[in-house]
Design a protein around this ligand. Structure first.
Ligand code: PGA
Length: 259
């Protein structure tokens, strides 16, 4: 049984006070949930330390939304894996669609980041997902396969224990248009089959595959009830503590077979 993993990606939102308040509200509200599932919040870089301090002792982990692959040097504006570790991060989102499609990150850069995260002892969340025109042109599987294979280039089967995959159809992100549980399941199953092809059955069965894209408390349980949906990467709804806690509860329920 895979341990459910729900992460909140706060993107470029909050300020210092609201980030700490949100982190406290989440950590105060999780109660026993961290016993049965993994929970992380991913604030902007500048609030990582304050958020890590705020959630300390609650079992809620902290993740970064991005990283640079070089360890140090003349890379103005960038942040290294060691810096993220230093301020209490455990997870690092790699290749989020905002970075791919707004900032213009390509697969080879994403792969370098992911390898650096693993080498530094942190845990990457590799995001993959197709644009609407790619889905409409029946390219979902080829796009996802390309992103997955290049993102994981050079990653060993042993290292896969630290890797989470997030399937986030770009047309569902921030649009209110969630993939149906069936649409999510189809692609998650495809990803698990690919992982089996790349790493064998044991790794494929153990890897956490999150769904992301307009997840809310009201649709979390149906998504999590799908056999290959093991977790959620939540954007907008993770900015409201009650909504995020609702998602966590719905996800824990489905993990216990209660949903
Ligand atoms: P959303 O974002 O939940 O606001 O759609 C998801 C994400 O971008 O990770």
């Amino acid at each position: 049984m895979r341990r459910p993993f729900v992460a909140g990606n706060w993107k470029m939102n909050t300020d210092l006070n609201s980030a700490v308040a949100l982190a406290r509200a989440v950590s105060d509200g999780v109660n026993g949930l961290t016993r049965s599932m993994t929970i992380a919040v991913c604030p902007p870089f500048v609030y990582l330390k304050a958020v890590a301090d705020a959630v300390k002792g609650s079992g809620v982990a902290v993740g970064a939304q991005d990283v640079y692959f070089q360890p140090n040097g003349a890379f103005t504006g960038e942040i290294s894996v060691a810096m993220l570790k230093d301020v209490g991060c455990t997870y690092v989102i790699c290749g989020h669609s905002d970075r791919r499609h707004v900032i213009g990150e390509q697969d080879d850069l994403i792969n370098k980041k992911l390898l650096a995260v693993l080498a530094g002892g942190l845990r990457p969340i590799l995001c993959v997902g197709e644009l609407l025109e790619q889905r409409d042109a029946n390219q979902t599987e080829s796009v996802v396969e390309g992103q997955l294979r290049s993102g994981l280039k050079g990653v060993s089967a042993g290292q896969m224990g630290s890797v989470t995959i997030a399937y986030e159809p770009v047309w569902a992100i921030g649009t209110g248009r969630t993939a149906t549980p069936q649409q999510a399941q189809e692609v998650h199953r495809f990803i698990r089959d690919l992982l089996e092809d790349m790493y064998g059955q044991q790794v494929a069965q153990a890897t956490i595959i999150q769904y992301g894209g307009s997840v809310k408390a009201s649709n979390a349980a149906d998504l999590m009830a799908q056999p290959d949906v093991d977790g959620l990467l939540v954007g907008g709804a993770s900015l409201k503590a009650d909504e995020f806690l609702g998602i966590l509860k719905a996800s824990a329920g489905s993990a216990d077979g209660l949903a």
